[in-house]
Design a protein. Structure first.
Length: 144
């Protein structure tokens, strides 16, 4: 057992949320989602992502562009950003590989998006941000 108190082990940075805004453009249908909290990330993989989106946003095999921005933003986004418009934006292009529709027509759908174009290094850094945060929390739990 250590002589450290719980407050010695807790870092404020480990308690702050990692928040990102996920913007979506359906390049097949033209649908765009720009509102905060509209799209949620459920799982990140090496070359794909699982997200929730509003019902009827897309279908299997549709091409999507995702733009992921770290919050808070200096100003509200009013239209889908052009490539390179936001310095720290993570941009990925992919195809909808799977759609899980909700039973209630108003509820969000879950999508598996397989990436077709993305910067592998940027994507890995994005994933590492979340993995490191989880590791810090797990280590804190071990030390309490």
């Amino acid at each position: 057992m250590t002589d450290k108190t719980i407050s010695d082990l807790i870092l404020l940075s480990n308690l702050q949320d990692i928040e990102h805004l996920v913007l979506l453009r359906n390049d097949t249908s033209g649908t765009i989602c720009l509102e905060e909290n509209t799209i949620r990330i459920l799982e990140m993989k090496d070359d794909s992502i699982i997200i929730t989106v509003p019902a009827n946003t897309c279908a299997v095999s549709h091409s999507l562009t995702l733009c992921i921005l770290k919050l808070p933003l200096a100003k509200k986004i009013s239209k889908f950003p052009k490539p390179g418009q936001h310095k720290n934006a993570l941009e990925v292009i992919g195809k909808v590989a799977k759609v899980k529709k909700s039973k209630n027509k108003q509820e969000d759908w879950t999508l598996l998006i397989s990436f077709t174009q993305f910067d592998v290094d940027s994507w890995e850094r994005f994933i590492i941000t979340y993995v490191e945060r989880q590791n810090n929390i797990n280590n804190l739990k071990k030390n309490i």
